[in-house]
Design a protein around this ligand. Structure first.
Ligand SMILES: Nc1ccn([C@@H]2O[C@H](COP(=O)(O)OP(=O)(O)O)[C@@H](O)[C@H]2O)c(=O)n1
Ligand SMILES: [Ca+2]
Length: 509
C-alpha cells in the first residue's frame, strides 16, 4: 500500500514538472518569436547619399557619403564611399583666372555621377564649404571672394544633384564640425553599453580635435569646466540627449604654409644682403623667394617692410634647436587678457583628455615615421626632428625621390612647427602629449570637418536620443542562444523524467 501511494505521488509530481517545463518552453518560444519579430525584421536596402566639397587653401577634396535611409539617426551609420582630389590648387588661387573654375570640378563631379545611382541624383545634396584660404581672400578683397564662390556655385548647379550652396565656413564652424566628425566616428555620443545593453550605460568622454591646414589651425575640445571667460570660444550642443559645452578656436595664419610665410617675412626683415640663412631648411638647400609674392598673404603683411632687394635666397643651415627658437617667435605669449591663453592673447583652457590630430598634423607625422606607434612622446618627436633637420639636403633628396620637392624641403620646418604649436602654443605637457593620436581616418572615414558638416545640415544628429530597438543585434543573438540552450536542457530533463520517473526520484532522494 505504502509503495503504491509513493509511486502515485511520484507520478503526480513528475506530471506537474512536465507541465511546468512545457509552460516554460512555450513562454521561451513566445519570447523568442516576439523579440525576433521586433529585432530581426529584414529591412529593404534603401540608401541615401550626400556630397561635400572641402575647398581648402591648398586643394579641394570631394567626399561622397552613403547611409541606410531607415537608420539615419543612429550613430556611426554614415560611410564615406569615395574621396576625390580635385586637380589644381585651392579655389582662392583662381581669383585672377575665374574662367578656369568652369572646368575645375568636372572630373570629381563625373565620379559622383558614377558612384551615386542615377535615380538618386535629384535627392542627393551637394555642399561646398571653403575654409581659411577663402577667409584670407575675403579679408583682402570681398568682391573677388564672392566671384570665386559664384563661379564654383554656377559649375555645381549644372549637375542633376541637389546643390545646396557654396559658402565660407567660419573658423568656429570648421573646428566644431571636425570635433563632431571624430566623436561621431569614434561612437562617443552614445552611452557605453553595460551588460550587453541590458543595463543603463554610462556617458563617454569625447575626444578633442586638432586640425592643421595650410592657412589655419583649429583646436576643439570639452574642457574640464565651462568658464564665462571669452564666450566666443564656446559652443553648446545638445546631441543624442546630452549637453556638451565645447571650446573651439581657429588660428588664422597659423596653418603650416601661412606660418612658414610669416616666419620668412619675419626673418628676412633683418637681412641686408638678400640672403636668409634658415635653420629650418636642410644644409645645402637653396631657394629664391620673391619679396612681393611673400607679402601678398595678409598673414605675412604684419612683417612688411621696404627691403633693398626684390628677391632673396633661402640657404638652409639645418639646425633643429635654432629652427625651434625662430618658430617660437611666431607665438606672442607676452600678454593675456584672460586667466590663461594659448598665444596672441587668445583664451585657452587647460587641454584635457584624448585628442585626435588630423590633416597636416597627420601627413607630417606620417612622413616622419611617427604614426606607426600609437603613443608618441614629445622627446621621441624632438629627437626625430633633431636628426631629420640635420641631414644634408642632397641626402634627403635621394632618400625620398617620390616626394614632391616643395613638401620634402618643408618637413623640417613643419615638424618643428607642430611641436612648438602643441607644446608652447597649446601647452601640452610631457604627459598630455601622449594623449594625442595622429589620425588620418577612422574606419575608412576621413577625419576632417566635412562629415560633421553634412550630418548637421541633413539633420542626422538629433538633439534627443532616438527611440531605438530595446536590444542590440549581438544581445539578441546571445539571448537566442541562451533561450535555445534552456529549452534544450528543459526538454532533455522532461524526457528523462517522463520515461523513468522512479530513476529521477531516486537521484533526487
Ligand atoms: N598629402 C598631403 C596633403 C596635404 N598636406 C597639407 O595639408 C594642409 C591642408 O590644408 P588645406 O588646404 O585644407 O588648408 P586650410 O584651408 O584647411 O587651411 C596643407 O598644408 C597641405 O600642404 C600635406 O602635408 N600632405
Ligand atoms: Ca583643411
Amino acid at each position: 500500500m505504502e509503495g503504491t501511494k509513493d509511486s502515485n505521488v511520484k507520478r503526480f509530481c513528475s506530471q506537474h514538472i512536465l507541465v511546468i517545463l512545457g509552460f516554460s518552453s512555450v513562454i521561451a518560444v513566445t519570447a523568442l518569436i516576439a523579440v525576433g519579430l521586433s529585432q530581426n525584421k529584414p529591412l529593404p536596402e534603401n540608401f541615401k547619399y550626400g556630397i561635400v566639397l572641402d575647398a581648402g587653401s591648398t586643394h579641394t577634396n570631394l567626399y561622397i557619403y552613403k547611409w541606410p535611409a531607415e537608420k539615419k539617426n543612429n550613430t556611426g551609420v554614415v560611410q564615406e564611399v569615395e574621396e576625390c582630389k580635385v586637380k589644381g590648387p585651392g579655389v582662392a588661387k583662381y581669383s585672377n583666372k575665374l574662367h578656369a573654375l568652369e572646368t575645375y570640378l568636372i572630373a570629381c563631379m563625373e565620379r559622383c555621377k558614377n558612384v551615386v545611382p542615377r535615380s538618386l541624383h535629384p535627392e542627393t545634396p551637394v555642399y561646398l564649404g571653403a575654409t581659411a584660404g577663402m577667409r584670407l581672400l575675403r579679408m583682402q578683397n570681398e568682391h573677388l571672394a564672392h566671384s570665386v564662390l559664384d563661379e564654383v556655385a554656377k559649375s555645381l548647379s549644372e549637375y542633376s544633384f541637389d546643390f545646396q550652396g557654396a559658402r565660407i565656413l567660419s573658423g568656429q564652424e570648421e573646428g566644431a564640425y571636425g570635433w563632431i566628425t571624430i566623436n561621431y566616428l569614434l561612437g562617443k555620443f552614445v552611452e557605453k553599453s553595460k551588460w550587453l545593453g541590458l543595463m543603463a550605460g554610462e556617458r563617454q568622454s569625447t575626444f578633442g580635435a586638432m586640425d592643421l591646414g595650410g592657412a589655419s589651425t583649429q583646436i576643439t575640445f570639452a574642457p574640464e569646466s565651462h568658464t564665462a571667460e571669452s564666450p566666443d570660444n564656446f559652443i553648446n550642443f545638445r546631441l543624442y540627449g546630452k549637453d556638451y559645452s565645447v571650446y573651439t578656436h581657429s588660428f588664422l595664419c597659423y596653418g603650416k604654409d601661412e606660418a612658414l610665410q610669416q616666419k620668412l617675412a619675419k626673418d628676412i626683415e633683418v637681412s641686408s644682403n638678400g640672403i636668409l640663412k634658415d635653420p629650418c631648411f636642410h644644409l645645402g638647400y637653396a631657394k629664391l623667394v620673391n619679396v612681393s609674392k611673400l607679402y601678398t598673404s595678409p598673414c605675412a603683411k604684419r612683417y612688411e617692410k621696404t627691403l633693398p632687394f626684390d628677391e632673396f635666397q633661402i640657404q638652409g643651415t639645418g639646425n633643429y634647436q635654432q629652427c625651434r627658437q625662430s618658430v617660437l617667435e611666431l607665438f606672442n605669449t607676452s600678454y593675456c587678457p584672460y586667466s590663461q591663453c594659448a598665444f596672441n592673447g587668445i583664451f585657452l583652457p587647460p587641454v584635457k583628455g584624448n585628442f585626435g590630430a588630423f590633416s597636416a598634423f597627420y601627413f607630417v607625422m606620417q612622413f616622419l615615421n611617427l604614426t606607426s606607434t600609437k603613443v608618441i612622446s614629445q622627446e621621441m618627436m624632438s629627437e626625430t626632428m633633431r636628426k631629420y633637420c640635420s641631414r644634408p639636403w642632397q641626402e634627403v633628396r635621394t632618400s625620398f625621390p617620390e616626394v614632391h620637392e616643395k613638401f620634402l624641403s618643408e618637413y623640417c620646418f613643419a615638424g618643428t612647427y607642430i611641436l612648438s604649436l602643441l607644446l608652447q602654443g597649446y601647452h601640452f605637457t610631457d604627459s598630455s602629449f601622449k594623449d594625442i593620436e595622429f589620425m588620418r581616418e577612422i574606419e575608412g572615414n576621413s577625419a576632417g570637418w566635412t562629415l560633421g558638416y553634412m550630418l548637421n545640415l541633413t539633420n542626422m544628429i538629433p538633439a534627443e536620443q532616438p527611440v531605438t530597438a530595446p536590444l542590440s543585434h549581438s544581445t539578441y543573438v546571445f539571448l537566442m542562444v541562451l533561450f535555445s540552450l534552456i529549452l534544450a536542457v528543459a526538454l532533455i530533463i522532461g524526457l528523462v523524467v517522463f520515461k523513468n520517473p522512479s530513476y529521477f526520484w531516486k537521484e533526487m532522494v
